[in-house]
Design a protein. Structure first.
Length: 113
């Protein structure tokens, strides 16, 4: 259950980061209104706060979070940018998510090896 809770928190964290970066992208590259920078800043503050909710060491959290971010970014690519990821993208995501589990729970899994 803890793994699902951690994964869910990482997904919400990734969405906050992606939104916080995507809105300025729309302003800078897409000619969208300047006011989009304000919700982007709020989203990035939420992103940083969400990272602090993990009980593990910060470096471990940042390393594992990167794998989940990759997965959420590909889903974003598909859902928002309407670009379907390739099979190799999904294979890469699978590898990254295995890495997330090893990084976050490797010490607990060592006793089973």
């Amino acid at each position: 259950m803890e793994i699902l809770k951690t994964l869910g928190l990482f997904v919400v964290t990734a969405l906050a980061e992606i939104i916080g970066c995507y809105l300025p992208y729309l302003y800078l590259k897409g000619g969208k209104p300047f006011w989009l920078l304000f919700p982007a800043a709020v989203s990035l503050v939420i992103f940083v706060w969400l990272l602090t909710l993990h009980p593990q060491a910060a470096g471990r959290v940042y390393a594992a979070y990167g794998g989940v971010y990759i997965c959420v970014a590909l889903v974003w690519l598909w859902a928002v940018d309407a670009i379907r990821p390739a099979m190799t993208d999904w294979i890469g995501v699978g590898i990254c998510l295995i890495g997330v589990i090893v990084i976050m729970y490797g010490r607990q899994l060592e006793r089973y090896l």
